[in-house]
Design a binder for this molecule. Structure first.
Ligand code: CS2
Length: 469
């Protein structure tokens, strides 16, 4: 563990060191330590590629956090990382870092698919190749494997477990990660699972900051501005919101509240609002906008028909959402619109379109389910699901191929290729049980078929245009 005497000692290990956590969690931890002290330095872990580690190392793990407002940008130096490890290069080093008794929290941003769960049910998928590998080998492949094996080491050494804090956009993310960890632990050692269940803590939280992927142009521009070559800057909007269930092992955590986070006793209303109102419309705009030829969310909502479409979506979503105390959903939606329209944020529709099979259930399908139950409109929401179906077919409206990134991409493409027209495609893709539970698939079929017929025949831009048909 690192060593710079000026830096706080390590108290957090973070799994999945992408741009989001460096633009979000690291900034809160830096602010919390600036306000209230504490040894909450972070060891970051890249679960796949060495590129972030290699870019950060020459800068002593510091990087520029670039806030992009319509009126200009603000660059801040973040120096909260003490080390960066690359898991596939040295899994034992990652486990040792996590087992260190000074570490009290393991945070995760491993994306939806990183939990190796079934997106429709939230349960661990025991057939996932990484989980199979983790059952056969004590050096882990999956995030859940790292958590279980490191907790096993801590138990054997007589240390308390760390708190596991998932920062991914999943409903009840704490409960979800607890479920997959306990399931995997149980398969390895039932007593270990009992110890984790009794002594561990898995707070849920709602995270929110739009963080588009950093481009090579961003790196060059920030290097020119800061006079530091290379590096790994992160680009993000000024807005940031973090609501966290305040259940940590021994209460050990940074003073997140001093950094502006909301420490709450039940974060579920925050989570549901954000996943449905923000992520749901983000995905809807990503698929329909991409098909209509829009590269970014800002460009999509600058197109008046999409601006009207996203407001119709919010009109369908709001009745299904119970907001946190004191939050006005209409004002929340208008603030979201301004955030989407921020021209300084180049958030690609293609980036948000990634991994739709893992995102659709919590972003769109829950709302559709609730609206169908209550007899409310699902028209705009169904267009979004139809656009996802069109998108995963892999061919855009001009006949060009789409680079579909999704763990189920291959299977979805095969299903689509065997179909003839929208009705057939809807019927076949509704059979993908990882995404659509059987009862929902049946009820969804008529309105979704209608949306797909409209989308296929008119094209995305005309399909989202309201024509009072
Ligand atoms: C986006 C999110 O890529 C996506 O799927 O919807 O990353 C979104 O930008 C964040 O959740 C905003 O907090």
């Amino acid at each position: 563990m690192p060593t710079d005497p000026k830096r706080p000692a390590t108290g957090i290990v973070h799994l999945g060191l992408g741009a989001f956590f460096r633009a979000f969690g690291c900034v809160y931890v830096a602010d919390a330590m600036a306000a209230s002290g504490g040894d909450w330095g972070i060891v970051g872990v890249s679960l796949r590629s060495p590129s972030t580690r290699d870019a950060l190392r020459p800068h002593g793990w510091s990087y520029a956090s670039v806030s992009l407002a319509p009126e200009g940008e603000n660059i801040r130096d973040i120096s909260v990382l003490n080390d960066v490890l690359v898991a596939p290069e040295d899994p034992a080093a990652v486990l040792n870092a996590m087992a260190d008794p000074g570490v009290r929290i393991v945070t995760l941003t491993v994306t939806e698919k990183g939990y190796c769960h079934n997106p429709a049910t939230g349960a661990l998928n025991p057939d996932h190749p990484d989980i199979q590998a983790d059952l056969a080998n004590p050096l882990p492949a999956s995030a859940a494997g790292y958590l279980v094996r490191a907790l096993q080491m801590r138990r054997a050494a007589g240390h308390a477990p760390f708190t596991v804090l998932s920062c991914d956009n999943l409903p009840d993310n704490g409960k979800l990660v607890r479920g997959v960890v306990l399931d995997l632990a149980h398969r390895i050692d039932p007593e270990l699972a009992g110890w984790i269940a009794a002594k561990g803590a898995f707070p849920s939280c709602m995270v929110d900051r739009i963080t588009p992927a950093t481009t090579p142009e961003d790196v060059a521009r920030i290097a020119a501005l800061t006079g530091r070559a290379g590096g790994a800057p992160v680009m993000h909007e000024p807005f940031s919101q973090w609501a966290i269930d305040d259940v940590f092992v021994d209460g050990a955590r940074p003073d997140f509240a001093a950094a502006g986070a909301e420490m709450v006793s039940d974060v579920s209303a925050h989570e549901q609002m954000k996943l449905c109102m923000l992520n749901g419309t983000h995905s809807a705009l990503a698929y329909t906008g991409y098909l209509a030829g829009h590269q970014t969310i800002a460009a999509t909502v600058a197109d008046p028909v999409f601006a009207a479409y996203v407001r119709r979506l919010w009109g369908e979503i709001m009745p299904a959402v119970t907001p946190p105390d004191g939050v006005d959903l209409r004002a929340y939606a208008e603030a979201l619109f301004d955030r989407y329209a921020n021209p300084a944020i180049q958030h690609r529709t293609w980036q948000i379109a990634m991994d739709g099979s893992q995102k659709l259930p919590q972003r769109l399908l829950g709302t559709i389910d609730a609206n169908l139950d209550a007899g409310r409109s699902v028209e705009a929401l169904c267009l979004a699901v139809a656009a996802w179906m069109r998108y995963v077919g892999g061919v855009d409206e001009a006949g060009a191929s789409i680079d579909v990134r999704d763990p189920l991409a291959e299977g979805l493409a095969e299903i689509s290729a065997a179909c003839d027209g929208p009705e057939d495609t809807v019927a076949a893709l509704l059979g993908v049980r990882e995404v659509f539970p059987a009862d929902l698939a049946e009820r969804l079929r008529p309105p979704l078929t209608k949306a797909a017929l409209r989308l296929w025949s008119k094209g995305a831009r005309a399909a989202v245009t309201e024509d009072h048909q």
